[in-house]
Design a protein around this ligand. Structure first.
Ligand code: SF4
Length: 229
């Protein structure tokens, strides 16, 4: 399957309060988390206040185009998928992302939100499945984890921890206990491509009998992380 990227049309005049800066909207296969494997429309919002060392979407930090939220919904509808993933960058860095999330839920989509864990998630529509990162030390951004966010996670949400070393793994293992993470929702452990061997991480999880879900990024296997896939 070829991921089909499409830019949103900009013909409709937009009221400033209803616009978002968008890097891309594309149709592909969900490569991560609980909705892995589903045909999904991705809405990638521009901008992120973090700078994780291993970030693979740096192209979303700048640029993008302003689009009316209703135009974004029309573009999403064009692909005819049940699943929509709002991602970035850090989508919550644009406050009007909350409006987009609500409207997508109202339209009947299964909506997920990929967020860094550094910005407040308390106002996100409860119908949205939040996939929230906790940043491990080797990301360079673990000081940005907003721990109060843990209290706003629902049973259908997910915590994702991306691991770049054994040290990151040991940090994540300690956080499981300290914050009771697996009692809150599903916890995903994912290796940084090229930094931790997937098999190594799998063996650590087995040895420690952790109740976490190991994941590899499916889109990296399918398309080697090409933009718009
Ligand atoms: S939060 Fe996400 S988009 Fe922002 S720098 Fe980190 S990995 Fe990249």
């Amino acid at each position: 399957m070829n991921g089909e990227e499409a830019r949103v049309g900009s013909a409709t005049p937009a009221v400033a309060a209803e616009r978002l800066r968008i890097t891309e909207i594309f149709h592909s296969i969900q490569g991560e988390a609980d909705a892995i494997g589903w045909r999904t429309v991705f809405v990638r919002l521009t901008g992120c206040p973090l700078r994780c060392v291993w970030c693979d979407t740096e192209y979303s930090f700048h640029g993008g185009d302003w689009h009316a939220i209703d135009d974004i919904l029309a573009e999403v509808a064009r692909h005819g998928a049940k699943h929509v993933c709002v991602t970035g960058g850090e989508p919550l860095a644009q406050k009007r992302c909350l409006i987009l999330l609500r409207k997508l839920c109202d339209a009947g989509y299964e909506v997920s939100l990929e967020t860094s864990g550094a910005l407040d998630v308390s106002a996100v529509d409860p119908r949205v499945h939040k996939v929230m990162d906790l940043k491990a030390p080797d990301s360079g951004e673990s000081g940005r984890n907003l721990w109060s966010n843990l209290d706003h996670l629902l049973a259908h949400d997910q915590i994702k921890i991306v691991l770049a070393s054994r040290g990151d793994y040991e940090w994540a293992r300690a956080m499981l206990t300290e914050h009771g993470l697996t009692d809150r929702c599903m916890v995903l452990f994912s290796p940084v491509h090229g930094a931790v061997e997937p098999r190594e991480l799998a063996e650590w999880i087995l040895a420690d009998k952790l109740d976490v879900r190991f994941q590899l990024q499916l889109h990296k296997l399918l398309w080697n992380d090409a933009k718009g896939k």
